[in-house]
Design a protein around this ligand. Structure first.
Ligand SMILES: Cc1cc2nc3c(=O)[nH]c(=O)nc-3n(C[C@H](O)[C@H](O)[C@H](O)COP(=O)(O)O)c2cc1C
Length: 479
């Protein structure tokens, strides 16, 4: 059986994920494997017809394709993303159609689910029969159990391919026909109250809906807002995965292109950031992904400082929940506040105008109030993964993170919550006594909201004292 491996690690041969493929080659030498370092060599693949054709020729002869990739910012490295986009642009999906596919990634399990959802969807959009994904932790390979589980996964995949089993599609195809957006004049304008607004777009092509939406959004403000276009910035390449930044946040590209200056002086300095982009395959463009990957110079320290975030998206976002999850996770873990998102999906220009105007207002009001929406599982759980890994395994390489987390009290382990632990232990012991346990369980539901009721009583009293019909102001909620 011929198997083509598409390596999505920018480290090429040095990819840790690729060790699984080497293991597979040792275990099953009867098959013929061909590996292409697509993420590392992406510049030459998209610019040299021959290199790209070589990959296509290998895929054509293969029964199976394995996507081997490291997690990069909740998805795949921008190089692999660009490769997928290039295949669609060249209308070469037919070469992949019908082939069996599997995905193997390594990571610290930070949003490995969204990355696998993406890869699975793209493989199926190319017409491949996607069998399964396997997502071990970075160090699982060195444990016998980790290798054992991989071998089971791999052998199952080989069996499926050799038996030519039929695999039904597990993701819905995206069906979308874009309608032209025609903006009307905006009359009321938002006062920015001194807040800096930055719109970052991948590319604003002439006559595109995205350009028109960004321009309309711009016209919702009284003062100037800044618009940056990634395609016009000097960005020499994507993250190399060299990890040199781990020591003191010095990126290998520092001083060589515009990225770090832009990030420090524009991105971090803005009060409101608007991510503007067009849906490409099942995410935004590879240019947006490259921008995200290059964030890694800050390693695992938050990329925001409480900014309000808006999104202006052209394309079928509502069919691609995964994109929303990726960005919400990215913003929540980065300590920013996701305020709202406008797309052109409705096809109704008046509605889009209204939504853009509302977004402008909502962003300003949230920035002025310093609104921080309660984080969901995406941010809470994500930060716990970072906290644990930076405290232990990643400490030596990511010294800058360790210092940041220590200084900003992000090592908030439950072990350190002494009063909660003592109280918990006392109750734990008391609960062992059967009659007391019965009594306490009867009291628990009321006890759980006891403090809440006290606060609500105080709020009611406060409101009564005011004897006014207006609602209480936001700060009055602090009793
Ligand atoms: C820029 C960058 C971004 C990363 N993003 C993630 C991530 O979102 N989630 C995760 O679990 N691991 C993430 N990682 C960790 C890598 O996925 C992990 O180290 C992987 O094992 C590297 O595999 P490779 O050696 O095959 O490149 C990231 C690493 C880098 C350098």
């Amino acid at each position: 059986m011929k198997i083509t491996v598409l390596n999505g690690s920018p480290k090429g041969e040095l990819s840790g994920t690729l060790k699984y493929i080497e293991c597979l080659k040792i275990m099953h030498p009867e098959h013929d494997y061909e590996i292409f370092h697509v993420a590392q060599k992406i510049k030459s693949i998209v610019s040299q017809e021959g290199k790209y054709r070589e990959i296509l020729a290998a895929v054509k002869e293969s029964e199976a394709v394995i996507i081997s990739f490291p997690l990069y910012y909740l998805l795949v490295h921008s190089g692999l993303k660009q490769f997928f986009e290039f295949v669609f642009e060249c209308n070469d999906e037919h070469v992949f159609a019908g082939k069996y596919a599997a995905a193997i990634s390594t990571s610290i399990h930070f949003y490995d689910n969204t990355a696998h959802t993406y890869v699975e969807g793209v493989c199926e959009d190319m017409g491949m029969q996607f069998v399964e994904g396997f997502s071990p932790g970075m160090q699982d390979f060195i444990k016998p159990e980790g290798r054992k589980q991989f071998v089971f996964f791999a052998e199952k995949f080989l069996t499926v391919v050799s038996q030519k089993r039929r695999i039904s599609r597990k993701t819905n195809p995206v069906q979308y026909k874009q309608t032209v957006y025609t903006p009307k004049t905006i009359k009321s304008k938002e006062n920015q109250s001194g807040r800096k607004v930055l719109v970052v777009a991948d590319r604003l092509d002439e006559n595109s809906n995205l350009l028109k939406m960004v321009q309309q959004f711009q016209s919702c403000f009284r003062e100037e807002i800044e618009i940056a276009e990634l395609s016009k910035m000097k960005i020499n390449g994507s993250c190399l995965g060299c990890l040199k930044c781990g020591w003191d946040n010095t990126c290998a590209y520092a001083g060589k292109d515009d990225y770090i200056d832009f990030f420090r002086n524009k991105w971090m300095a803005a009060d409101i950031i608007v991510v503007a982009g067009t849906v490409k395959d099942r995410f935004l463009s590879w240019e947006w992904k490259r921008f995200m990957d290059r964030n890694f110079w800050r390693t695992h320290s938050p990329a925001f400082r409480g900014q309000q975030i808006g999104m202006i998206i052209s394309g079928p976002l509502s069919q691609l929940e995964n994109i929303k999850t990726v960005f919400q996770g990215y913003f929540e873990v980065g300590l920013a506040n996701m305020t709202g998102c406008v797309t052109d999906e409705s096809g109704d220009s008046i509605t889009i105008d209204q939504e853009l105007s509302n977004l402008a207002g909502d962003l300003i009001h949230a920035a002025v109030a310093g609104y921080k929406k309660a984080r969901t599982f995406l941010g809470v759980a994500g930060l716990k993964i970072f906290r644990d890994d930076i405290y232990s395994d990643l400490k030596a390489v990511f010294r800058a993170d360790y210092k940041y987390y220590k200084k900003n009290r992000l090592f908030d382990f439950p072990q350190r919550k002494w009063s909660a632990r003592i109280l918990g232990s006392v109750f734990y012991t008391v609960m062992k006594i059967s009659p007391l346990r019965k009594k306490l369980f009867g009291m628990i539901p009321k006890g759980m909201v006891m403090q809440h009721d006290v606060i609500l009583k105080k709020l009611r009293e406060k409101k009564e004292k005011q004897r006014v019909t207006q609602p209480l102001a936001l700060q009055d909620a602090k009793v």
